[in-house]
Design a protein around this ligand. Structure first.
Ligand code: SF4
Ligand code: SF4
Length: 357
């Protein structure tokens, strides 16, 4: 058995209305829209982009797709959950202001924005099912109160998982703060004292005050560290290290298990739309403009999150002439999330690519 992944070529230099038409066509090709019933709450899960980030999916690219969803139900909404790290998306008020500042307003999209885990990230539900890494998932309430799920993902590399695509947007992106902590808690970075310049930048970013001053350098208190990885990204001197293989694999497997419980809730009323436009080394949590690591490729859509992410990775490698542009950024084997996703029944890695002209 294979899953059909629908694909349309597109670039960021296409006019916004052209991109909106392409996103709509590839979404409609999956057949998901016809499964949405009148009155359904339809959650359009997206990352609104950190302040200063430019890679996020632009609201104007979604107008066609949203119009189609709204023909099926008046109860559609854009949504994301609050972050673990300290920033502009760690509570719902700052998060909403940021979404508006990036154009996600009712005037532009026709949809309200609802931050799915409440004011400060505590609103959650906890579906249980025995899995290898987790016994339950702490998922943002508004996601699991919805009837249909439309996962809109700007594909990126990632400092801890290597690939940030549909599985990550669902597994990590739909988790409440406690759920994010649960997934990250296997990962504890360490500081290389010889490389540390004692600039203290990492200390100001750490959400748990886990980085403390030592003699001429900083150290991480493992009892406080939640493994969010913020310090890895902000240290300009490469002084903070992770045990990539072991830690990343466990994180990816937890993420796939979280994604599986979200997908199970929607029972076929879920679709995954991946945008391979300005694919960047780091995710949209980075508060800066980042160049693409490949040429723009297009938009993929599928009912199967594993298949759409496998197709995404294959297209990226093909676009890199056989070299993996994700691993050029962070040398992390990102395939663990796909392998584990397939093993637990989240989806299939075998797929057929159906290109839309
Ligand atoms: S950001 Fe890097 S160099 Fe600066 S204190 Fe932290 S570990 Fe040391
Ligand atoms: S030390 Fe680093 S990984 Fe640990 S909580 Fe602080 S920022 Fe996150």
């Amino acid at each position: 058995m294979t899953s059909q992944v629908h694909f349309i070529r597109a670039t960021g230099s296409d006019p916004a209305e052209v991109l909106a038409a392409k996103a709509k066509r590839v979404y409609l090709a999956t057949g998901l829209n016809e499964r949405i019933a009148e009155g359904d709450f339809a959650a359009l899960k997206i990352h609104f982009g950190e302040a200063g980030n430019t890679g996020y999916i632009k609201p104007q690219w979604l107008t066609g797709l949203i119009w189609e969803v709204r023909q099926r139900t008046k109860h559609a909404f854009l949504t994301d959950s609050n972050t673990l790290y300290v920033g502009n998306r760690s509570n719902s008020i700052d998060h909403l202001r940021l979404a508006w500042s990036h154009g996600f307003t009712p005037e532009t999209t026709g949809l309200p924005v609802i931050i799915a885990d409440g004011l400060i990230g505590r609103d959650k539900q906890e579906p249980k099912s025995a899995q290898a890494r987790t016994a339950s998932s702490k998922i943002a309430s508004a996601i699991l109160d919805a009837d249909a799920y439309i996962c809109l993902t700007h594909v990126t590399g990632h400092v801890q998982t290597g690939l940030g695509a549909a599985i990550k947007n669902t597994g990590m992106g739909c988790a409440s703060r406690a759920g994010k902590l649960d997934q990250h808690s296997v990962t504890h970075p360490r500081v290389n004292a010889k490389q540390c310049r004692n600039c203290s930048v990492c200390m100001s970013f750490c959400p748990e005050a886990a980085i403390v001053q030592a003699e001429g350098h900083v150290v991480i208190d493992p009892a406080r560290c939640i493994g969010c990885g913020e310090c890895l990204v902000v240290c300009k001197f490469g002084a903070i290290k992770m045990k990539w293989d072991e830690d990343s694999l466990r994180l990816q497997e937890k993420m796939a298990e979280y994604a599986h419980r979200v997908a199970t809730h929607f029972q076929g009323k879920a679709v995954y739309v991946n945008f391979l436009i300005q694919v960047t080394k780091d995710c949209d949590c980075m508060a800066k403009n980042q160049k693409g690591i490949t040429e723009d490729i297009g938009i993929l859509a599928c009912l199967d999150p594993v298949a759409v992410d496998q197709a995404t990775a294959d297209l990226l490698v093909a676009g890199g002439g056989g070299q993996d542009p994700l691993r050029a950024g962070y040398d992390i084997d990102w395939s663990g999330q796909l392998a584990h996703g397939e093993k637990i029944g989240l989806g299939r890695r075998t797929y057929s690519l159906v290109e839309i002209a």
